[in-house]
Write a protein that binds this ligand. Structure first.
Ligand code: ADP
Ligand code: MG
Length: 376
């Protein structure tokens, strides 16, 4: 069993920076989990805690149910049997590819013959068949990262830990290695934790994604969960590029400002609003609107658009599946995915929200001033 379980993991650096605060997380046996979050959110600290390079000051870490770090327990990194790949591949430039890949096997005392067979086999797995005699300098950046990956899996680790392992590569190499990494880990049934700040990469690769913010896990879920049912306004905006609109909930309607409101039937209450969801009381709330759920209609004349006021397109970027459009609407920036017509900067548009998820307001009128918003 190669599950990884973290309970109440906490780490504060000597300079007072919070690395992790009370992190609970279960990575299942054979699962590919992505750790996603902005810079400084604690992704590397979490990964290094699993690896044993950071010793958390509280909490328990278990591999396959067995504690490796916790009260009275400390298994050092070299005894944890993990494979690691970093952004900077850190392979020895003066060693051949095969020697680099075989290094963990030599350390483990694996017989030479057996090690050679294993090295050939993992070079095949990462798409470097026949390149064992090459010097790293004679490889492309993507190939060098494959060497690092081969070295990480050579010793049949119980889990693979990747810290921004693809971030230094350019497209299309990166997309290629992403696909291969996904195929390799699922064929080998490797439990993997992949740190990235790139949401598209996390959503594309992972069975589940854990979103970190300021040392805490804000949400763990499948990519579909995070996109369709974000647990907070932060997750909606970080994972799905949602526009966050402040407004007031009253009388069955969400009023953003005069001239832009969202009917209650198009709203979903986020979990922080508690079991009763949106009650009848007037509340300051934040609506998160995905660019896919915001329609920008071309503004025709003055009377055609009802009472919704028009906004102005500020940028419009063509893509194979439509235009990525930003528009200024009464001082707010709206983002929408537009198909069916070609907006240009300066065009006047009328926004329509098809669906929004509503959270307790992050600014004025937070949960503190609305005790009814605090989850039971
Ligand atoms: P991420 O990988 O998500 O960018 P990190 O885990 O590196 O985040 O950092 C989390 C927090 O801990 C940040 O505030 C960062 O400044 C701090 N931090 C990270 N490493 C150290 C360190 N070695 N010493 C002091 N503070 C650190
Ligand atoms: Mg990091």
């Amino acid at each position: 069993m190669s599950s990884i379980s973290l309970q109440g993991l906490r780490h504060v650096y000597a300079n007072g920076h919070v690395g992790l605060s009370d992190v609970d997380l279960d990575v299942h046996d054979g699962e590919f989990l992505a750790l996603l979050g902005p810079s400084g959110s604690g992704k590397t600290t979490l990964l290094r805690s699993i690896a044993g390079f950071v010793q958390p000051e509280a909490g328990t870490l278990r591999f396959g149910g067995k504690p490796v770090s916790g009260p009275g327990v400390w298994i050092p990194p070299e005894k944890r049997n993990l494979g690691m790949v970093f952004q900077d591949h850190a392979i020895w430039p003066h060693w051949s590819v095969a020697r680099n890949v075989g290094y963990p096997l030599r350390l483990a005392g694996v017989a030479r013959r057996e090690a050679e067979v294993r090295v050939r086999s993992v070079l095949g797995l990462v798409g470097l068949d026949g390149l064992g005699d090459r010097a790293p300098a004679a490889l492309s950046g993507g190939q060098r990262q494959r060497v690092a990956l081969a070295r990480a899996i050579a010793g049949a680790p119980q889990a693979l830990l990747l810290d921004e392992a693809l971030s230094s590569l350019d497209e299309p190499l990166r997309a290629r290695l992403r696909l291969d990494l996904k195929a390799l880990t699922s064929e080998q049934g490797l439990t993997s934790v992949h740190v990235t700040h790139d949401r598209a990469e996390a959503l594309a690769l992972a069975d589940r994604v854990a979103v970190l913010r300021a040392g805490r896990i804000e949400q763990v879920g499948t990519p579909q969960d995070l996109v369709r049912h974000p647990a907070s306004a932060f997750v909606a905006s970080f994972v799905n590029d949602a526009v966050l609109l402040e407004g007031t909930w009253a009388e069955g309607c969400f009023e953003i400002a005069e001239g832009l409101s969202i009917p209650g039937a198009r709203l979903e209450a986020g979990p922080c609003l508690g079991p009763d969801g949106l009650g009848q009381t007037a509340l300051a709330v934040t609506a998160a609107v995905s660019p896919l759920d915001l329609v920008l209609h071309p503004h025709i004349g003055d009377g055609g658009s009802g009472r919704t006021r028009a906004g102005v397109v500020t940028s419009s970027l063509y893509g194979p599946h439509g235009f990525g459009v930003s528009a200024d609407w009464e001082g707010r920036t709206l983002r929408a995915h537009v198909t069916g017509w070609a907006p240009r900067p300066g065009d006047r548009v009328v926004p329509e929200v098809l669906r929004a998820r509503v959270f307790a307001s992050q600014t004025a009128g937070t949960a503190a001033s609305h005790p009814e918003l605090v989850p039971a």
